[in-house]
Ligand binder design. Sequence first.
Ligand code: SF4
Ligand code: MG
Length: 328
Amino acid sequence: KHLKTYFPIKGTLFKGKAGLVKAVDDISFDVFKGETLGIVGESGSGKSTLGRTILRLTEPTDGEIIFEGNHLEHLGNRQLQNHRQHMQMVFQDPFASLNPRMRVEQLVGEPIAVQKILSKAERTKKVESLIEKVGLPKEALAKFPHEFSGGQRQRIGIARALSMNPKFIIADEPVSALDVSVQSQVLNLMLDLQEEFNLTYLFISHDLSVVKHISDRVGVMYLGRIVEIGPKHDIYNNPLHPYTQALLSAIPVVNFEKKREKIELSGEPPSPSDPPTGCAFHTRCPKAFDRCKVERPELIHIEIGQQVACHLYSQEDNKKFSNAESKV
Ligand code: SF4
Ligand code: MG
């Protein structure tokens, strides 16, 4: 709730002020048990920082993180550890996140060994079963990470995350480094494991097709804010925010009758250290009007379950801005 993660830019003065990157800038949302919430946005939108902040791998500047009714934001290290075993992270580059000098048996069993809850025999049994669950042969246990393909390494990373019996997994671009054909295998594995182990996912990706495949609900990020969030079906079939509309217009559709006109966004995303005033999207938005430059839109409910942060949808307040109506 109202999560903020700001990073000072050391040693710089920006327009006379100390520089500050608002990587996560006042974000509130729920993740429901058993679902996959996809978070999508361009690079630099703050998605990874959001994921890391929820697990407190990065410290929040402000706001609340509530997991099964427990506030995590102020917990000390030891108390945090108790909750953290239920919350694991899967990273983009399995090679970088796996110690190259450890055999798979050690890699997957390490989190259990640290906790000292299982005997060595129990641990071995558990690791063997996990390796099987992620679709790797038993022989994999004695090998090193470099002996595997990217997709296999991601399977090892997932087995490692599962070793603590987590309830909630944050996956940050878990298939982005993989070939497209391998991507769907890993996504389908994640879906199978979700069902078997009753997992809840926060799935972060820049790739709208990947997010569509795996998510139940989708949140769209732009410059540290969620600009639209709702059920996948609504986001993909009836995008309300001009940014979501532009993102979706750029992905190829198979059904030509439903083909959307491609919306070209002008310019590059602005720097997160110097976001535009008002609606941060106004410098690129084809529907921007006067109000957008001065007032920041908050997320409001439009359809059931779908929320959007855009002034086009709060018409009452637009009356004082004369040129708004024609743009709706
Ligand atoms: Fe575009 Fe204005 Fe809506 Fe922002 S608030 S998305 S600038 S129309
Ligand atoms: Mg990232």
